[in-house]
Design a protein around this ligand. Structure first.
Ligand SMILES: Cc1cc2nc3c(=O)[nH]c(=O)nc-3n(C[C@H](O)[C@H](O)[C@H](O)COP(=O)(O)OP(=O)(O)OC[C@H]3O[C@@H](n4cnc5c(N)ncnc54)[C@H](O)[C@@H]3O)c2cc1C
Length: 268
């Protein structure tokens, strides 16, 4: 289906983008368009104005922070993340996971910010950013605020980014010898996740985030041995869907499996 008529704006600065988003009730940021244009074509979203962020180079930067962490501009594409030396040096798991998402065309257009702002429960990056302890920087007319991942993902397709606001960057803390892992069961190779888990392990303790089993990533803390991980997943409040790909019961079983695998990957 063709797009319905929509106003289009291409700001030349981040400040102008925020002004445009705040000036129109029905304005939406346009990043890679890999989700937004599809839902618009399906008439599941009908923004009045698209504020195209693609001209804003400052939102695309990937850099190290002075304390050894990593900053990902919201408009960095998934392909740019997979090729970034800064990502490879600090949190290589992000490149590894980004390279598993869909296909090259989607990765060339799709952005880190768009992936987490769309917060589709089957997306790869929301659980990864949750397990890694990311902080999201959100800019609006009243200034900037930093929101930890645990408070960022609010519901299916809903995040802490309010109307009129923009996600500008994602900050990952320094690893301090943390090791990270990710595991998923997908529909075919590199297909949509049926269930996924990300883990970050330090000193025998794991932060684990489960995806596809609730509206938002489910964050757990556990010792890193297999029995402890299984018991943490069993004790978590999960609400997986049942669909043609997997029943809720099977997803609960897989959640345990991928959590164990993600922690094992992080521990080796
Ligand atoms: C065929 C196909 C298969 C896919 N499979 C997977 C998959 O298996 N796993 C996976 O993780 N992803 C998958 N994706 C999603 C893809 O990875 C993109 O990340 C995702 O579509 C959104 O990124 P985008 O940059 O295209 O955002 P857009 O589609 O442009 O935007 C998505 C939403 O986020 C908002 N938004 C975007 N950037 C910002 C910002 N900086 N500030 C505020 N709001 C913002 C938009 O307003 C919109 O509501 C798939 C996409 C396609 C088309």
């Amino acid at each position: 289906m063709l797009l319905a008529p929509v106003e289009y704006a291409r700001p030349s600065s981040v400040a102008e983008a925020v002004r445009l988003l705040g000036a129109h009730d029905g304005a939406r940021a346009l990043a890679g368009g890999q989700t937004l244009t599809n839902v618009m074509k399906a008439r599941a979203a009908a923004p009045d104005v698209l504020v195209d962020l693609n001209g804003l180079a400052e939102l695309r930067a990937i850099s190290r922070t002075s304390d050894g962490g990593l900053e990902l501009g919201a408009m960095a594409t998934l392909t740019e993340v997979t090729r970034s030396s800064e990502v490879a040096e600090t949190r290589p798991i992000i490149a590894q996971v980004a390279s598993q998402i869909a296909d090259l065309q989607v990765r060339n257009r799709g952005t880190v910010g768009g992936n987490i702002c769309s917060n589709d429960p089957t997306n790869h990056l929301p659980p990864l950013m949750s397990a890694l302890g990311a902080t999201m920087t959100i800019l609006g007319a009243d200034g900037e605020r930093a929101v930890p991942a645990v408070d960022f993902f609010l519901g299916v397709y809903t995040t802490a980014v309010a109307p009129g606001e923009l996600l500008t960057k994602i900050t990952l803390p320094a690893t301090h010898d943390r090791r990270d892992g990710f595991a998923s069961v997908t529909i075919g190779k590199d297909g949509t996740c049926i269930v996924n888990a990300a883990a970050s392990v330090h000193d025998g303790q794991a932060a684990i985030a489960l995806g596809c089993v609730a509206a938002v990533p489910v964050l757990l803390a556990s010792a890193s041995d297999e029995d402890a991980v299984r018991s943490a997943v069993r004790g978590a409040k999960l609400d997986p869907p049942s669909d043609v790909h997997a029943s809720a019961e099977y997803r609960l079983h897989l959640a345990e499996v991928v959590a164990v695998r993600a922690v094992a990957e992080a521990s080796t």
